[in-house]
Design a protein around this ligand. Structure first.
Ligand SMILES: Nc1ncnc2c1ncn2[C@@H]1O[C@H](COP(=O)(O)OP(=O)(O)OP(=O)(O)O)[C@@H](O)[C@H]1O
Length: 523
């Protein structure tokens, strides 16, 4: 029987189909080439729009009006300019093309030989802490693989700058001592001299380690955007606090995250204790607080060190007294205790009579004591009343009538602080290179980073009540009468000083040389 030929469509090569597929593919490639600029510009416009929307949302409400006005003025100028709209359109297309072009992501090359060695060494060092003999399949074992334990890592200049590691669930990560041991080990192995942030994820049994950049030191004394009762202690990491304030830095004005301390009747930590070793910036912090406090209230300064670091405040408007000697300090603090009692009685009577508290009980009064332990020592020698005893009333009852106490002293003299001072100062600051145990003793919680041995003056940690521990950099507020103070810092501090009633305008308003000569005359 003759074989029936197969239908042509099944036997012949499917050339027309293949060809039409090729044509379609070529057309698609051609179209995408032709439309590529259009696609890029559309993508860029979309990115520009969403970036604009983000910026608008992030803009504080009080700055939206001026921003709108500036944009409207710019638009009007473009419309009125010859060829303005055309130039603006070309510029917009250019910007969109730039924003929309695809950036090539760098090819992952993985760690080099030396970096692999570091990771293995780190893993081996953790074995004694993260393993127990009873574990049948330990995550950490001598000679084991580091890959399952280290889920991500980054290197910077050959040293670990970011690491995420897993640890076994039986590791006691709730115990501060166990954590501290791991943190100290990782700090030593990853590279000393840098500040590491440790983030323990107790639920996921993961530990994140990140190298923190140093806090900026270019912010000096200036008028911060605060409300009465708010005090900028210094500046911290962007992720640490919710708020930012505009600050003038070395180059330009920018938004910086402040450690904001709220005082007054609604404050849960109405008084502050600041400790540090000599030269770490404790007096500078008190001076910074005094300059901010004078904006809304009155200030009484007691300087136990007697080095005249607050001479610039003498006889300024709002400065009740600047006392250096024991007799003056005792007299001023007795007055402050009586004034607190007077305010309490006046506020109470007004409340009972159904009236608002009198105006003079609402004006803030700040009692700032630098090194009170020196005065307590002198008082004991001379058998006089301890100035710290006189703080009992302001510390215990001052909050209700806007009386705030700030005590600053040296870390080594902390033993000499009165019990009331320790128990009533719930806002805490520690400055300088202190070890984690000292930080814990002052703040009531360990630092979340490894303190570095060398820190700039004014660098430390702050904690408000039971809140988180913040890294802190105090704004540079040097003594303007110190000959070593830089001119721009001196001018910044002098500009913030209220006038002396009998001297007329503040020194900053006079010429710099006149201000300097007045300053030297005062000394
Ligand atoms: N936040 C800061 N920014 C820049 N410089 C600072 C800062 N804090 C302090 N300094 C500088 O460090 C030096 C010591 O500061 P300060 O006198 O405030 O320290 P202190 O702890 O009170 O020490 P002492 O008790 O010895 O006076 C000063 O030259 C000061 O200008």
């Amino acid at each position: 029987m003759a074989r029936r030929p197969l239908p042509r469509i099944l036997t012949a090569t499917s050339t027309p189909i293949t060809r039409s597929r090729d044509i379609a593919r070529t057309a698609a490639v051609g179209a995408s080439d032709v439309l590529h600029p259009l696609i890029t510009i559309t993508r860029g416009l979309r990115r520009l729009t969403s970036s604009g929307r983000r910026r608008w949302t992030a803009l504080p409400p009080d700055r939206r009006g001026p921003a709108l006005a500036t944009a409207a003025a710019g638009l009007a100028a473009i419309v009125l300019m010859p060829y303005g709209p055309l130039i603006a359109l070309i510029a917009l297309m250019g910007a969109a093309a730039w924003a929309g072009h695809e950036r090539r992501t760098p090819v992952e090359t993985g760690p080099c030989e030396a970096e692999l060695g570091r990771l293995q060494a780190l893993y081996e060092a953790l074995v004694p802490y993260f393993s127990v003999a009873e574990d049948p399949s330990p995550l950490y074992a001598h000679g084991g693989e580091w890959e399952p334990a280290f889920s991500s890592y980054e290197f910077d200049d050959g040293r670990v700058s970011r690491l995420k590691l897993r640890y076994p669930p039986y590791f006691p990560d709730g115990e501060a001592e166990s954590r501290a041991r791991i943190e100290a080990l990782l700090h030593a192995k990853c590279g000393r001299g840098r500040e590491y942030l440790f983030e323990w994820d107790e639920e996921g049994n993961e530990l994140g380690i990140t190298v923190l950049p140093p806090l900026p030191t270019d912010i000096c004394a200036q008028r911060f955007v605060t409300t009465p009762g708010e005090m900028v202690l210094g500046f911290t990491d962007p992720g640490g606090v919710q708020r930012t304030v505009p600050v003038a830095g070395a180059d330009a004005t920018r938004d910086a995250p402040p450690v904001m301390w709220r005082t007054g009747p609604r404050s849960t930590e109405p008084h502050l204790l600041a400790l540090g070793r000599g030269g770490t910036g404790i007096s500078t912090l008190v001076r910074s607080i005094a300059l901010q406090a004078l904006h809304h209230g009155d200030v009484l300064v007691v300087d136990g060190s007697g080095t005249g670091e607050y001479a610039c405040l003498v006889e300024r408007d709002g400065v009740l007294a600047v006392e250096c000697g024991l007799a003056g300090a005792v007299a001023s603090l007795e007055w402050a205790a009586n004034e607190t009692e007077r305010r309490l009685i006046a506020a109470n009577s007004a409340r009972q009579a159904g009236r608002p508290a009198p105006e003079d009980t609402r004006r803030q009064m700040w009692i700032l004591l630098d090194r009170p332990t020196v005065l307590s020592h002198l008082a004991a020698v001379e058998q006089r009343i301890d100035p710290q005893e006189l703080l009992q009333v302001p510390l215990r009852h001052g909050r209700a009538v806007n009386v705030t106490v700030v005590v600053a002293d040296q870390l080594d003299s902390a033993e000499g602080l009165a019990e009331t001072v320790r128990s009533q100062t719930r806002a805490r600051v520690i400055l300088g290179a202190a070890d984690p145990r000292e930080v814990r003793a002052v703040l009531g919680a360990p630092p979340h980073t490894t303190p570095t041995p060398h820190v700039p003056p004014g660098r430390g940690y702050a904690r408000l009540g039971t809140g988180p521990v913040h890294r802190l950099q105090v704004p540079a507020t040097p003594d303007p009468f110190d000959e070593e103070t830089a001119d721009h810092h001196r001018e910044a501090v002098l500009a913030l000083l209220p006038p002396r009633p009998h001297l007329g305008p503040p020194p900053a308003a006079r010429s710099a040389s006149a201000a300097d000569s007045a300053a030297h005359a005062d000394r």
